[in-house]
Design a binder for this molecule. Structure first.
Ligand code: SF4
Ligand code: SF4
Length: 214
């Protein structure tokens, strides 16, 4: 009899309890906006590449997994608005630790990280992403490789948050857009909810936006 009473409890709960598991990997939970995943190389709204081949990302990378070679822009057909552009750009994902330092170092917001971490390789060539693979497509979205599991949304917020506040968390930067528009997305909205504690128990005053942030 006790056994059937147990079943009765189970049956009563069926359909009532909130499901906490998901059918991963067919279904993914939303990821935090700041999660560091597979990179993309971004383009401006007019399609030009943001990378200027300065190599700062490669210089700062603690895993030494970025290889960049810059070249002068062809005067008749410039690739980026700068003097130079990223002629060769590679990231070796056998070494990347997704620390995001390359993103922080980049002066043009060219390199950012999506939320995708579901990618695995069966050979070394696939693990080394080339510029063509990293560069966003004509819609501004990450190109999908056959070995990556995109279910949508993983490249929605690649750079929205990155300069929402100053590195030290200065509340004066909150709500202030300090980055340029992106192909497919336009100018991304700033991240909210990062007010610094002033020590008095109240958040710092909101900044004056009238001067604009560009
Ligand atoms: S996320 Fe870190 S380890 Fe990966 S490429 Fe960027 S700087 Fe290097
Ligand atoms: S991604 Fe940014 S930091 Fe790296 S070479 Fe291009 S412009 Fe410079």
């Amino acid at each position: 009899m006790g056994r059937f009473a147990g079943f009765a409890v189970t049956l009563r709960q069926m359909g009532k309890a909130r499901r906490v598991t998901t059918e991963y990997p067919k279904e993914k939970r939303p990821k935090p906006r700041r999660l560091h995943g597979r990179h993309v190389l971004n383009r401006y709204e007019d399609g030009m590449e943001k990378c200027i081949g300065c190599e700062l990302c490669a210089g700062v990378c603690p895993a030494r997994c970025i290889y960049v070679r810059g070249a002068d822009n062809p005067p008749d057909e410039p690739v980026s608005p700068g003097e130079r552009y990223g002629f060769v750009y590679e990231i070796n994902y056998l070494r990347c630790i997704h620390c995001d330092l390359c993103v922080e170092a980049c002066p043009t917001e060219a390199i950012t990280e999506t939320k995708l971490f579901e990618f695995s390789f069966t050979n070394r060539n696939d693990a080394i992403y080339t510029k063509n693979e990293l560069l966003v497509d004509d819609d501004g979205r990450a190109k999908r490789m056959p070995w990556e599991l995109w279910l949508g949304g993983e490249d929605d917020h690649t750079s929205e948050w990155m300069r929402a506040t100053s590195p030290s968390g200065d509340a004066g930067y909150e709500d202030r857009v300090n980055w340029s528009g992106e192909l497919g997305f336009g100018v991304r909205t700033p991240e909210h909810g990062q007010q610094a504690d002033t020590g008095s128990g109240t958040p710092a005053a909101a900044p004056d936006h009238s001067a604009g942030g560009h």
